[in-house]
Design a protein around this ligand. Structure first.
Ligand code: PHE
Length: 368
């Protein structure tokens, strides 16, 4: 499973998956043992294997093309939640998406009888562009189910029992990855857990979010045939953690095939600090236009990325005003930079020319 996507039909009128994104399907960076994401995944496995021997079943090859039901309905995401919009999620057709989180597999695995599992995979979100955001990234999901004999002896109610076990387990994971760090729990909201929390650690001088988690909504257990149970679930972003553990300054580097990047990492070497190789200079281009009501920054970034791909380092709004007639103008600064070579003026001018052309034609905005 997971490597042949040639049978995915993409001509549906509702399809909003560009080729640049489609081409990432099947790359599975998290399954490369010499890649920082694979090294981190294995480091997390090691924590669970040591502390919960033979308990957690591991999945890292589940297909990222899932149904709307799996991605949203099964985990109780409300019908009007923004994450369901075409602006935020990649739709293959009206009933099929590229999963936007590994939670898409919770209900299915519970239904198949699994009670302790870790799911690692590539996830897809339409987003703006900067050094920490890329429309494809990787998550690991963890789920643990308890039955009455687990909590009855504890004197706690099932929810408190699960919440306590969750916090203890994840604090242990954070210590395994980051050493003796200060931690704090923040109340959060997710449609699929209640109560919900985020774990933050104090690292390199600031509080950093490590993961989201909580006690699974009873409804999910019920529709998955586990009414008499209680469970916890967590989800963490591998890139975010790998960037701090390995000192990787730009999220695009995870996709680099440049040997100066790939040769710095090897199996089992958790947290080896990345040594930046010479950075080539960026080139900035500004463009201004009058926006319309349907304009979104995600759509803009998608058009730009469709033309210049990974040469785009950042797209930032640098000016925004509304005139007396009520027309709103945005000025965006586009930073072009290659990780691998110097870009020529000619090449950048050509890209920028295409960007202007397509932004105007595809987004129906008026260039100024
Ligand atoms: N799916 C959530 C996200 O992508 C993370 C999460 C998983 C939170 C499981 C709670 C429980 O942000």
């Amino acid at each position: 499973m997971g490597t042949n996507f040639s049978d995915v039909v993409r001509d549906d009128p509702t399809n909003n998956v560009p080729d640049t994104i489609f081409s990432k399907l099947g790359l599975q960076l998290h399954r490369r043992n010499n890649h920082p994401l694979g090294i981190l995944k294995n480091g997390i496995y090691e924590y669970f294997d040591t502390n919960f021997p033979n308990m957690f079943h591991k999945f890292d090859d589940l297909c990222p093309v899932v149904s709307v039901k799996q991605n949203f309905d099964d985990v109780l995401v409300p019908a009007d939640h923004v994450s369901r919009s075409y602006n935020d999620t990649y739709y293959v057709d009206s009933q099929t998406v590229l999963r936007c989180h590994t939670s898409a597999h919770q209900a299915e695995l519970l239904r198949r009888g699994h009670t302790h599992f870790l799911v690692t995979g590539d996830v897809y979100r339409r987003d703006s562009i900067d050094s920490t955001h890329y429309p494809v990234f990787h998550q690991m999901e963890g789920v643990r189910v308890f039955t009455p004999d687990n909590w009855e002896a504890s004197g706690l109610d099932p929810t408190s029992y699960a919440a306590e076990d969750l916090k203890k387990s994840l604090e242990g994971l954070a210590r395994h990855l980051f050493g003796a760090v200060e931690m704090r729990w923040i109340d959060a909201y997710f449609p699929f857990t209640n109560p919900s929390y985020e774990l933050e650690i104090y690292f390199q001088g600031k509080w950093m979010e490590v993961l989201g988690c909580g006690v699974m909504e009873q409804e999910i257990l019920k529709i998955s045939g586990r009414s008499n149970s209680v469970a916890w679930a967590f989800g963490l972003g591998l890139e975010r953690l790998a960037m701090v553990l390995f000192d990787i300054p730009d999220i695009r580097l995870f996709w680099s095939t440049d040997e100066r990047f790939t040769s710095q990492f090897s199996e089992g070497q958790m947290g080896v600090k990345f040594k930046p190789f010479s950075k080539y200079p960026p080139c900035y281009k500004d463009m201004s236009f009058w926006i319309n009501d349907s304009f979104t920054e995600n759509n803009l970034c998608e058009v730009i990325r469709g033309i210049a791909g990974d040469l785009i380092e950042e797209v930032s709004l640098i000016d925004n005003f509304t005139n007396k007639k009520g027309m709103t103008s945005h000025c965006y600064r586009i930073a072009y930079r290659s990780m691998e070579r110097s870009l020529t003026d000619e090449e950048i001018n050509d890209l920028q020319w295409q960007v202007r052309e397509q932004v105007q034609n595809k987004l129906n905005v008026v260039l100024r």
